[in-house]
Design a protein. Sequence first.
Length: 247
Amino acid sequence: MKFLIILVLSIVSAQAVINIAPVDIGATPGFSGSVKGSFVTKRGNTDSDEYSAGTRLQYDNNISYVVWADLAFSYAKASGTTNTNKTYTHVRYIHTLYKKDLNWEAFVQSQTDKFTKIQKRLISGIGLRYHSNIQKYGNIYFGFGGFAEHIDYTSTIDPTEDNIRLNIYIAYKKDFSKSVNISYIGYYQPSTELFSDYILSNSAQLRVKVYRQLSINFEIIYNQDSKPAVGVQNYDFSQKTSFIYEF
């Protein structure tokens, strides 16, 4: 066990971890939450510092609604130069519509990312979510809605942007045992004014419980923005490995 923990700490990346697994009403009644993060310092041939942390707080009334909030940040510096600096906050409320498998949801989100020139991105939206249990194959979720988006860029060229976007997603999760589960979520978010202006987001996670409430989380992320800020790549790919402690 000690060897496994040391091994994972040695490869952990400076990326804030967000729990992408869909939340079901009644799955975890009452208050619950989790914390996760990493800290890596390298000196000698490599001179770098990497930090990330995140937390989730959740309340489930076990009957008709669940509300949760994710907060996270990432920061990294190599040879005296900052190469990662971003924050993320997301709050979501999910309520049954008229049957357990059909929900309506509302959400707000705030984020910053220095290296995609996003000084501030604010969104707020609503939507519907349908949940289907495919017996032994897991749980699948379909979501449809929309949101308003405001972006302030650090660039002086087109420094602000306002959009109304559709929000279409598919999510999946499966528990292989009490200790191992996987989850995936994919978003397609086109502008209602110009469908060639879209955001694609894909995240897949494998979580393995190592001891009581302590888990290791492996995640792969691929995001694409068809019209990013001037001078910014239109895609990002990352792999994250982190510890998560649930309470």
